[in-house]
Structures are given as structure tokens and as C-alpha cells.
Design a protein around this ligand. Structure first.
Ligand SMILES: Cc1cc2nc3c(=O)[nH]c(=O)nc-3n(C[C@H](O)[C@H](O)[C@H](O)COP(=O)(O)OP(=O)(O)OC[C@H]3O[C@@H](n4cnc5c(N)ncnc54)[C@H](O)[C@@H]3O)c2cc1C
Length: 399
């Protein structure tokens, strides 16, 4: 419920910030009409705190009307040389996970797209599993902005009432999802590594207590159930070409004054041009078992011959074998290459969560009981210092 108290001074500042034209000034007092969906934009703007929103207690709410699994669509910051912005891979991965959840719930899988210009994105989103695309097209959505995007998403959620909503655990998703969650007064599970349905609820799993246990989290009394998922954790489905999603166009009146942060300049660091570990198809990774920096360097050569990049366990990073940018795992990067070769890595849970969705994992370890073998497709019990040089030699001979 939204209320305007006697403190209202009739300044009208709330009127233009309402994205849905839901506020009129009546007798010099702000009055909300039926278009109001409690997004809270006016509450933040009121200079005298005259507007308050009282939310129903979660336990007393009827949640049966909440249907649909939603995925927030993240676009690249800019297009390549005049080309349109692209849908980020994490969105396609979330659609893959969302498809499974929606099928089990017998609900629609919906993508939520906020943009200044739609470039037939529904074709790609549909091919990757979306049934519907909620599209808000507006000039003010030309780039991500916390206030504007969270206000629009909040209002869409209030209007359509999805049962769950997934975001990438990216810089943008980690900024947006908490803002939406706090405005809607619902929970948010960050950095999920697995999602499933249990008794009709979204079962959100994530490492807890330093990764020593996996916590399973349910949100039985609030909707939508919201989670962020790291890139490379879930798998996109094989796209079905020609399968397009139904577009549901949503209107939003976005006033410029909602934009409290303005981007004055954008500098893109193109780095050294080296392949980033999260995008690599082949990763040759080493751990403490490689023993010295010099021996670890052999992995560089092996990776070069295979056309891959080098990864490292945290122990290897702590020992200075490789810098942190190469660390795979919970406090490093989550990767999902086609081939992951691991040498002298034990397979601690914090490492496994960062690489277990690789297509093929090959592990070399002296210890037959090393946990890395539980996720490896091919395991070799042996000495990495003997095996790595042999592999290098064989590759050089073109075997
Ligand atoms: C909050 C938190 C976050 C963390 N985040 C990460 C993370 O992001 N990434 C990560 O990797 N870890 C992370 N860790 C650390 C993690 O718990 C482990 O300590 C770490 O992964 C161990 O690295 P390792 O497997 O290289 O070393 P070890 O566990 O010491 O294993 C070395 C392995 O090498 C094998 N070995 C030894 N010699 C040879 C040889 N000659 N040939 C073949 N095998 C050999 C041994 O049998 C052993 O299995 C985190 C820990 C915490 C608490």
C-alpha cells in the first residue's frame, strides 16, 4: 500500500519520476492512481519523506498468482564497430537453466529485455529457449543505469508477477538484482552454482562457509524467488534455429531525473589481446603438485601447443606460479571450456565449483583418491612431472 502523508508540500517532484504516469497533483497533494505498481521511484525522490509504501507481510500473501520463470537479458556495453549490442553468453546460459525449471513447473520461460533499440533479439532468445520476451524499448535505456533499470524491472515484476527471476552474477547483475530485491522486499541468493525445483519452489544452491559446505536455499514466502548465477556455471541449450519468442511490448515513461549517475566517459581496456580464461576453449591448469614455478612453466608450453590458456589453483597462485587472473574457482574465475586438463590439483570444492561444467575434464594426480577424479572424465594416476614432458614431446612430433 502506498500513502502520502500530510508532510506533502505539493512540490510535484514525484510526478515526472514515476515511470508509469501514476501520480497526479490533486489539491496540491500527490495522489496515486491505479497505474501505480509500488516501484518506489517516488519514495526516493520526495524531499520531505511524505510518501511511504507498506508491504504486506510475506507469510500473509497469496503467492498462487506468481507464474513464470524470468531471465534478465544482459547486453554488451557497446556493439562492435557500429553493430548492435550483443546478448551476453550468461543470458543464454540462464535461459538453458530456466528452460529446465520452467518445464518442470509447467510455466513460461520469459526473457526481460530493456533496450533503446530492439534488434530482433527475440529470435536469438527464442532459439535459446525463451517462450516470451518482455520488451521495454526506450531512449533512456541506451545503457545500463542502476536507478532506471531497477525501477523498470520492479514495475514489470509487480505487473506480471513471475515466480522466479534469474540474473547473471556479473557486474551488472550484481548491481541490479539486490536493488530490485530490496525494493520488492524479497530475498536474493547470490552466486548460485545449481538451481532445481523442490516441491514447486526454486531450490538455490551455493557454496557457504568458505565453500566448505553447499547451502540449499528456499524462499517459501516471497515472490519472485531471485538468484544470481555466475557466468559459465550453467549450460545453454542447443539453439533451435527458427524458434522465436513472442514479444510482449511494455510501455514505460522514464523521466531523465531518475538517472542520478551519469557516465561521462567510457574507456575500454582492450588488455594485451590474450584470450581471457573465462572464454577459453582449452585450459591447462596446474596446482601445488607442480612444485616449482619452473615446472609450472611447462604447462605454458603444453597449453601453447594445444592452443589453450593456462589456469591455476589458488594454492598455485599463492605460491606465485601464476597470477590471480588465472585462478580457477570460487574466489577466482568460473570456467567452462571444452577441455580442462588438470595437473597436480587435488580438487578441493572451491576449485571444483569453478570448473566442473567443463565439457571434458582430464586429471593427472599422484593420489588415486584425490577428489578431482570424481569430476574427471579421464583420470591418470601418475606423476605430472613425467607426464607433462611426454605430452609436450608427443604434440611436437604431431602425434
Ligand atoms: C574461501 C575460500 C575460497 C577458495 N577459493 C579457491 C579458488 O577459487 N580456487 C582454488 O583452486 N582454490 C580455492 N580455495 C582453496 C582450496 O580450498 C584448496 O586449498 C586449493 O584448491 C588447493 O590447491 P591445489 O589442489 O593446487 O593444492 P593441494 O590441495 O595441496 O593439492 C595438490 C595435489 O597435487 C598432487 N600432487 C603432488 N605432487 C604431484 C605430482 N608430482 N604429480 C601429480 N600430482 C601431484 C597431490 O596428490 C595433491 O592432490 C579456496 C579456499 C577458501 C577457504
Amino acid at each position: 500500500m502506498i500513502e502520502v502523508s500530510k508532510k506533502c508540500i505539493g512540490c510535484s517532484k514525484c510526478v515526472p519520476v514515476c515511470p508509469f504516469g501514476a501520480i497526479n497533483m490533486v489539491d496540491k497533494k500527490a495522489t496515486m492512481n491505479e497505474a501505480c505498481n509500488l516501484c518506489g521511484a517516488c519514495v526516493q525522490t520526495c524531499p520531505v519523506q511524505a510518501i511511504t509504501i507498506t508491504r504486506e507481510k510475506a507469510s500473509s500473501r497469496d503467492l498462487s498468482g506468481y507464474k513464470g520463470v524470468w531471465v534478465y537479458v544482459e547486453l554488451t556495453e557497446t556493439g562492435d564497430k557500429g553493430h548492435p549490442k550483443k546478448i551476453k553468453p550468461v543470458t543464454l546460459e540462464l535461459l538453458g537453466a530456466g528452460r529446465r525449471l520452467a518445464d518442470e513447473l509447467k510455466e513460461d520461460l520469459c526473457a526481460v529485455l530493456l533496450t533503446d533499440k530492439n534488434h530482433d533479439y527475440e529470435k536469438e532468445l527464442g532459439a535459446y529457449g525463451a517462450d516470451k520476451v518482455y520488451l521495454v524499448e526506450h531512449d533512456e535505456l541506451f545503457e545500463y543505469n542502476t536507478d532506471i533499470f531497477s525501477t523498470v524491472i520492479t514495475s514489470l515484476v509487480n505487473r506480471h508477477k513471475p515466480s522466479s527471476m534469474l540474473y547473471g552474477a556479473t557486474i551488472q547483475g550484481r548491481d541490479l538484482a539486490p536493488r530490485v530485491a530490496s525494493t520488492l522486499y524479497v530475498g536474493l541468493t547470490a552466486d548460485c552454482t545449481a538451481l532445481a525445483i523442490k516441491d514447486g519452489l526454486l531450490l538455490q544452491s551455493r557454496p557457504a562457509f568458505g565453500g566448505n559446505i553447499m547451502a540449499d536455499i528456499l524462499a517459501p514466502s516471497s515472490r519472485p524467488q531471485m538468484a544470481t548465477v555466475r557466468p559459465n556455471v550453467m549450460k545453454a541449450i542447443e539453439p533451435v534455429l527458427g524458434r522465436s519468442a513472442v514479444v510482449v511490448r511494455e510501455s514505460a515513461k522514464i523521466d531523465k531525473s531518475l538517472r542520478r549517475v551519469k557516465v561521462l566517459e567510457r574507456k575500454i581496456d582492450h588488455g594485451t589481446g590474450a584470450v581471457k580464461i573465462e572464454n577459453a576453449n582449452i585450459i591447462v591448469s596446474g596446482g601445488r603438485g607442480m612444485k616449482t614455478k619452473e615446472k609450472f612453466h611447462q604447462l605454458e608450453e603444453l597449453s601453447r601447443l594445444l592452443g589453450g590458456v593456462v589456469g591455476a589453483s589458488r594454492a598455485a597462485v599463492d605460491l606465485g606460479f601464476k597470477d590471480k587472473a588465472h585462478q580457477v574457482g570460487q574466489s577466482g574465475t568460473t570456467v567452462s571450456p571444452k577441455l580442462y586438463l588438470s595437473f597436480g590439483i587435488s580438487g578441493a570444492v572451491q576449485h571444483i565449483v569453478g570448473m566442473k561444467s567443463s565439457d571434458v575434464i582430464v586429471a593427472v594426480n599422484k593420489d588415486a583418491n584425490a577428489p578431482i577424479f570424481n569430476v574427471a572424465k579421464y583420470g591418470i594416476v601418475g606423476d605430472a612431472h613425467e607426464i607433462v614432458p611426454k605430452l609436450i614431446e608427443a604434440l611436437k612430433k604431431g602425434k
